[in-house]
Design a protein around this ligand. Structure first.
Ligand code: PEP
Ligand code: MG
Length: 758
C-alpha cells in the first residue's frame, strides 16, 4: 500500500517538465498521502545562501517563492545542517523555532521535516505540518524519508536544468554553473557543446534548435509515411495469422500516427523551434510516462508499444544520408556515453574537448582522449546533457569540471591556463632530441602507446624510442566488421614501418570489459570479470590466428615486431597462445615468407599473474605491467564507474607493493619488464617507477616530454630515497602528497605536477 503510493508519487513527479511543477506535484501529493494540513519544500539557493520556500500546499500562497530562511536558521536550517529529520509535536517550544509571519504558519503546532539529500549534499528540506498537536509516528517519518531520498535525484536534475539556463532554484541569475566529474585528460578547453548520441535510442536524443523548420517538418512527415507504409504492409502479410485483438493493436498504432494525434504534437513542437528527433523524443516521453502511470496493468504495458512505434519513426529520421551532425569550429563533444567511433567522426581540427556522463578516468575512451591530447571530463553524472547542445562550455580536464554559462571573468581565467599550458609544451620541445636520463646518468627508455596511425606520427615527433603497447582493438572498434587478415596486415605494416628499426609491441585483440565491438556484442552481468582479452581470442582461434598471421606477415623484412598477450590469468593461456602464434609463423614460412619468429610477452594485469610472475617469465621473452587493470582488480574498483572513481588510485600502497614485487621477480628471471598502464605517463608516478627498476615506461605521446622533463631533473638516488620513504606510508593520498612535495622541491612546474587522479 505504502509502496504503491510511493511509486505513484515518484512516477508523477517524473513527468514534470521543470523544477516548479515537480515541486508542486510533490507538495500536493504528499499532503494528501500523509493526511496532513501542510506540505512544503524549501530548497537551498546558494546564490543567496538561504533556504527558499519553493512550494507549499497549506501555507499562504503569496509566501511561496518569496520567503526564505538563512542557512542554519529555523527548524528547516536545523534539519539541513544536521542532515537528519526533526519531528516535533509542538514546534513552537523548540529553541530553533523561527516564525515566518508571511506564511501563516503560527496556526500549525506539529512539524516533521526531512532533508533532501543527493550525492551527500543537502539540497533542501521537505516539511509537513499539522494544526493539532500530532505526533507523526515512526512509519510516517520513514515514509517521508524514503520519499525524499527518491525525489532528490529528480529535484537535482531539475535544478541542474535551470542552472544550465542561467537561473538558480529561486530564480536568481546565475553564471559559472559547474558540474563535477572525474579528470579524463588534462588541459582546458573552451568551446560549444555538440551533443551526440548512439542511433536508435529515443531516450538519448538531445534538444537541438532547428534552422529550417519547414524542412524539418518535411523530414518528419516523410518518416511518418514510411512507418505508416511499413505498418500497412505488415498488417496485410500477417492478416491471416493475427488474432482479432492483435490486429486491433496495429490499427491503434496506425491511428496514433495520424496527423491529428501524435504526429500533430510533434509538428507543433518543431514549429516551436525544436528539431524533429528532439520533438519526437519529447512527445514519446510524455506519452510513455502517461501510460506508465495508469493503474490498469494492461494499459501500463502499452507504454512499450508507444516507444516501439516512435522508435520506428526515429529509425527513418536518423537515415544516415539525411542527417549529418554539424560540428562547431570549437566543438566540445558531449554524450551520455562517449565511444571511440563518436570521437573519430569529428573533424580533428574542430575538436576541442570531451564530456562523458558515464565512464571514468580509466575508461578506454578517456585513454583514447589522452592519446589524442584532448581535455576531457568523465563521469559528469548530474549533467543535464540533453539541454546542452549549442551552449558555451569550459572543460577543466585537470579536475574533471564542466562549466556552463561562463562569466567573462571565468573565461579569462581559463584562457590564461590554456596559454600557460601552450607555453609549457613549447618549452618542452627542446627535449625531443635529448636522451631520457637522470642527472646521475641512469638511462630510462620512454616508449609510447598507440592505437591509430595519427598517434604513431605524433609519437615519432616526440622522440619515442619504441611502441610498448599498440592497442590493436582500436582499429577493430572503428570498423563495421572484423577486418580481414589482409586489411589487418596493411594497418600493422604502417606502424611497423614508421617505427623501424625501433621495436613495436602489438597486443592481441583485447575486447570485452568496456570495449565492445559494434558487430560482436558481448552481454554479461560482470563484463570486467568475464569474457575479456585472451579469453575471447582463445575461444575464437579463427580470429586469433588471422590476427597473428597479419602481424607476422606485416613484419616481413622489418623484424621489429613483438607480440603481447592481455588478461593472462594462468600459464595454460600462455602456452595455448604460443602454440597458435607458432602455428601462424610456420604457415607463413611454408607460404614462402621471409619472416622471423617475434619475441612474445605477457601482460601482468591480474593479481593472479602478479604471484606467477616468475612462472610466466619462464615462458616468454618479456613482460609488461597493465597497471590500469591491475589497479582495478587489486582494489576491486571498476575503472569505468564514476561513483567509485575516488577509490581508484595507482598510488595505493597495495599497488606499489605489487609493482615492486613484479620488477624484482622479473629481473630475477633476467626478463625485461615494462609498464604500459596510464601511471607510466604520470610524471609523479614515473619517478617511483624508475626507482623500482622498470626498464621501459610506455605512455601516451602527449605525456612523453613531460615525463622526460621530470626524469631529467631528478637523480636516481633521490628517486630511490623517495620510493623508500613512500613504501613506508599506508595511504594513497599520503603517497601522492609526498611525491608531489618532492617534485615541488625539485622545482617542477605546477602543470607537470597536476595530473589525473591516479
Ligand atoms: C592496462 O590495463 O593497464 C592496459 C595497458 O591495458 P588497457 O588499458 O588497454 O586495458
Ligand atoms: Mg588492460
Amino acid at each position: 500500500m505504502m509502496l504503491e503510493r510511493l511509486r505513484e508519487i515518484v512516477q508523477e513527479v517524473n513527468t514534470a517538465r521543470d523544477l516548479q511543477s515537480a515541486l508542486d506535484i510533490i507538495v500536493t501529493r504528499v499532503r494528501a498521502a500523509m493526511n496532513t494540513q501542510v506540505c512544503s519544500v524549501y530548497l537551498l539557493d546558494q546564490e543567496i545562501n538561504s533556504h527558499v520556500l519553493m512550494a507549499s500546499e497549506g501555507l499562504k500562497k503569496e509566501a511561496v517563492g518569496h520567503v526564505s530562511l538563512q542557512v542554519g536558521e529555523g527548524l528547516v536550517g536545523l534539519v539541513a545542517s544536521n542532515a537528519e529529520p526533526v519531528n516535533l509535536e509542538d514546534a513552537k517550544s523548540h529553541p530553533n523555532y523561527h516564525y515566518l509571519s508571511e506564511t501563516g504558519e503560527e496556526q500549525f503546532s506539529s512539524f516533521l521535516g526531512v532533508p533532501i539529500i543527493h550525492h551527500r549534499k543537502v539540497l533542501g528540506v521537505l516539511v509537513v505540518q499539522h494544526r493539532e498537536m500530532r505526533c507523526f509516528d515512526e512509519g510516517e517519518e520513514a515514509f517521508l524519508v524514503t520519499l525524499s531520498a527518491q525525489l532528490a535525484g529528480v529535484i537535482a536534475a531539475a535544478e541542474a536544468t535551470g542552472a544550465i539556463l542561467g537561473v538558480s532554484p529561486s530564480g536568481q541569475r546565475k553564471s559559472d554553473t559547474s558540474f563535477a566529474g572525474v579528470p579524463g585528460a588534462t588541459g582546458v578547453a573552451i568551446g560549444h557543446a555538440v551533443v551526440v548520441f548512439p542511433p536508435a535510442d529515443i531516450d538519448l536524443i538531445p534538444n537541438r534548435a532547428c534552422t529550417d523548420i519547414d524542412k524539418e517538418i518535411d523530414y518528419f512527415n516523410a518518416a511518418l509515411n514510411s512507418v505508416r507504409h511499413d505498418m500497412t504492409a505488415l498488417i496485410s502479410t500477417l492478416e491471416s495469422r493475427l488474432r482479432p485483438e492483435e490486429g486491433e493493436i496495429f490499427g491503434v498504432y496506425l491511428r496514433m500516427l495520424d496527423d491529428d494525434a501524435l504526429g500533430k504534437e510533434v509538428v507543433d513542437r518543431i514549429r516551436e523551434g525544436q528539431w524533429a528527433q528532439g520533438a519526437l523524443a519529447d512527445v514519446t516521453k510524455d506519452h510513455v510516462r502517461a501510460f506508465e502511470m495508469m493503474k490498469d496493468p494492461y494499459l501500463r504495458e502499452r507504454a512499450a508499444d508507444i516507444k516501439d512505434l516512435c522508435s520506428r519513426v526515429l529509425f527513418y529520421l536518423q537515415d544516415k544520408d539525411v542527417v549529418k551532425t554539424d560540428y562547431a569550429d570549437d566543438t566540445i563533444l558531449v554524450s551520455e556515453e562517449l565511444t571511440a567511433a563518436m570521437l573519430a567522426d569529428v573533424p580533428k581540427e574542430k575538436l576541442r574537448g570531451l564530456v562523458s556522463v558515464k565512464g571514468s578516468g580509466n575508461s578506454h575512451v578517456a585513454i583514447l582522449a589522452r592519446t589524442m591530447g584532448i581535455p576531457t571530463a568523465m563521469g559528469v553524472v548530474d549533467l543535464p546533457y540533453r539541454q546542452l547542445d549549442g551552449r558555451e562550455l569550459i572543460i577543466d580536464g585537470y579536475n574533471g569540471q564542466v562549466y556552463s554559462s561562463p562569466s567573462d571573468q571565468l573565461r579569462n581565467r581559463y584562457r590564461e591556463v590554456i596559454k600557460e599550458e601552450e607555453h609549457l609544451v613549447k618549452g618542452l620541445e627542446g627535449l625531443i632530441h635529448l636522451p631520457c636520463e637522470t642527472p646521475d646518468k641512469h638511462r630510462v627508455n620512454l616508449w609510447v602507446n598507440t592505437g591509430l596511425m595519427s598517434d604513431v606520427i605524433r609519437s615519432l615527433d616526440h622522440g619515442a624510442e619504441g611502441i610498448g603497447l599498440f592497442r590493436t582493438e582500436v582499429p577493430f572498434l572503428l570498423a563495421e566488421r572484423f577486418p580481414s587478415e589482409h586489411e589487418q596486415t596493411a594497418i600493422y605494416r604502417e606502424q611497423l614501418q614508421a617505427f623501424a628499426p625501433k621495436l613495436v609491441t602489438m597486443r592481441t585483440l583485447d575486447i570485452g570489459g568496456d570495449k565492445a565491438l559494434p558487430y560482436f556484442p558481448i552481454e554479461e552481468e560482470n563484463p570486467f570479470l568475464g569474457w575479456r582479452g585472451i579469453r575471447v581470442t582463445l575461444d575464437h582461434p579463427e580470429i586469433f590466428i588471422a590476427q597473428v598471421r597479419a602481424m607476422i606477415r606485416a613484419s616481413e623484412g622489418l623484424n621489429n615486431l613483438q607480440i603481447m598477450l592481455p588478461m593472462i590469468s594462468n600459464v595454460q593461456e600462455v602456452t595455448g597462445s604460443i602454440q597458435i602464434i607458432k602455428r601462424a609463423f610456420r604457415e607463413l614460412r611454408e607460404e614462402g615468407l621471409e619472416v622471423r619468429m617475434p619475441p612474445i610477452g605477457v601482460m601482468i594485469e591480474l593479481p593472479a599473474a602478479v604471484y606467477q610472475t616468475r612462472a610466466l617469465c619462464r615462458l616468454v621473452d618479456f613482460i609488461s605491467v597493465g597497471s590500469n587493470d591491475l589497479t582495478q582488480y587489486l582494489l576491486a574498483v571498476d575503472r569505468n564507474n564514476p561513483r567509485v572513481a575516488s577509490l581508484y588510485s595507482s598510488f595505493h600502497p597495495a599497488v606499489l607493493q605489487a609493482l615492486q614485487f613484479i620488477v624484482t621477480e622479473a629481473h630475477a628471471e633476467n626478463r625485461t619488464v615494462s609498464i604500459c598502464g596510464e601511471m607510466a605517463g604520470d610524471p609523479a608516478a614515473a619517478v617511483l617507477l624508475i626507482a623500482m627498476g622498470f626498464d621501459i615506461l610506455s605512455m601516451n605521446a602527449t605525456t612523453l616530454l613531460k615525463v622526460k622533463a621530470v626524469i631529467r631533473s631528478i637523480p636516481l638516488t633521490t628517486a630511490k630515497e623517495l620510493l623508500a620513504e613512500v613504501m613506508q606510508l599506508d595511504e594513497a593520498q599520503m603517497v601522492r602528497s609526498c611525491v608531489d612535495m618532492a617534485l615541488y622541491n625539485a622545482g617542477i612546474d605546477r602543470l607537470l605536477r597536476s595530473s589525473r587522479n591516479n
